[in-house]
Design a protein around this ligand. Sequence first.
Ligand SMILES: [Zn+2]
Ligand SMILES: [Zn+2]
Length: 688
Amino acid sequence: MCSHDPQRTSKNGVWTGLAYGRMRCVASFQEVGEKRGESNDKISFSLKLFVMMDWNDGHACQSHGHVDDPFHGHGGHSHGHGHGGMIPGFKPRSRGPMTDIAMDPTQQPKRHSYMEDGSSWDIIKATQFGIEDRCKELVEAGYDVRQLDKENVSLLHWAAINNRMELVKYYMSKGAIVDQLGGDLNSTPLHWAVRQGHLSMVIQLLRCGADPSLADGEGFCSLHLAVLFQHMATAAYLMAKGQEVDSPDLNGQTPLMLAAQKIIGPEPTNFLIKSNASVNAVDKVNRNSSLHCAVLAGNVDAAHVLLEAGASVDLQNAKGHTPIDLAHQVHSPLLIHMLNHIKQERIKSNSPCFRIVNQYKLHLQLLLSTVVMWLVGAIADLHSESWLLKGVLLACVLAVVNLVTRHLAGPSIQGFIPASTLIASLLWMLVTWCLWFLPDILHQALQLPQSHRISAVALSWVTDPGYIRATEEDKKRNVVLLAEAGCLDPRIFCTSCMMRKPIRANHCFACDACVAKQDHHSMWINGCIGARNHRYFVTFLFSLTLFGAWMFYGSINYWSKHCSLNYHKQGAWGVLTALVGCSPWVLYMFCIAFLHTCWASVSLLMQLYQIAVYGLTLSERMSLLQGKRRFPQSSSLRQNPYNLGLVQNTVNFFQLRCCGLFKPAIVDWTQQYSAVLNHPTGDTFHTV
Ligand SMILES: [Zn+2]
Ligand SMILES: [Zn+2]
């Protein structure tokens, strides 16, 4: 079942002989699992783990050394040779056989014995183990570098799969054929390097003129292999070097179809869609789309990603089957439900009524929040003694709200609910202030600063927090630049945006963008707080706290004038009953103001503390606190390069100026990139 490709010797992890490859194993993972009697859940879980680890670390080869052998066939082919198998700049992992052996001094003599024995080895073994002197000696003595061994494999193949960079350069200088086909799969050295995820080797071979569009014996080009083996950094590099994201293999399957069919989980399907892969392309043979492939493989996560990207549920394959038909064939109730639900949603979204609702969804949501908030207060304020009647009316309002939000509101509207509730609260608090409290307070001049401060809310809503934007061309140029510098590192490269992140930038999954000097994603703003709107957000928190205080003052003033309260006579319960009886609306507004003041004042104190004392953002502080928990002996949070002292931190943040006494340092955080690409891995600052 598994294709024949090089294997490693179990002793030392170097690829030396023929056995099985990984690709077929990954492709037929499910079959293998079934034979082994494992449940689908378990297989799916281990595959997901496999995918996750690869994705997070950007390097698959060494990330699954602990999984059972049949699924990978190797586990640390570069150990004993430093970090030869890793993409430079990636964090050395702390698990797996490579580290175990590297950390175990008892293993060292064994390694030396290989090196000593190398002087008598044949050229193939010397190439596999990277004994350069021996290889050069044999080539100088007349060995033809183009010669294939008995397994039909060239020296360049062995150097490529074992990531022997110097040997590749040497063999190329001696006339090796860069696109030599070899092995049972008729693969080129580039195919072998791609399968292993040796990005630096892929770059080297492309520099030597290797053709990434060549197909191997199974019909896969380099890009297909990179996707199948989930080496996404390699896939990104190949695409940036001009490989089409929708290039078909010999069966007409695009990388997206292969990902949807063969890799369980949302990645790399999501990655390919972000790289503008066509979701409705069909293969040549069965005319299946990517969604057909995902459904056939029972790949729910990939199907979900495809549907989100707009994949058609009505597309028919060569046999006239739609993805929904296939979901019935594979007996997957979850997929059937998902596809039918999307189909109904799409039919509904075509109706004129829904389109209008969708067009003005944010306005309608705001209107709904305002009306609901008024209704609740108005019902409580009804001139009726019956609290039962009021209770029933309130229940009716809640039922209608529930019905409307469930049937009309999509996820984008639901994310807007806290923000619209806040706006509605502010509106009714302002109305209450003007109509209920203002007549009692004569010094109206005090009101004026309020409206000025509330404008900070609007500013923090409309100001771009500092989203990092780049054109497609910029993204490709960045991938090539970083890969060739050996820095395709998740700490400075965002795999979601395919962009180089400025220092202090973070990717926000809710906004689906990288945000400069990101503090956090605020549900009250329904957006991110970053370099450009952080100041407005803090001003907004301050205004809200102050407004809350004014509401308290207005309420107490109103009660003292309009209600007969006497704590000593009535007791706590008596006062409460009197407040409810006096004006339920004022009490209702008091409670709302209290809630908003609570969260705003706590957030404000926390924000001011971390800005002034540490000079950090919330996400940086959290990240450093986590690091401190792991390494308690590490230095204090205050000792960070962004902390310029209490006064200067405050001056910089609020951009304060005073007659030359102090002035702020103005930094555009959307443009601050780390100067040295290969900064030390221990530098936590660029990782937050
Ligand atoms: Zn990003
Ligand atoms: Zn966000």
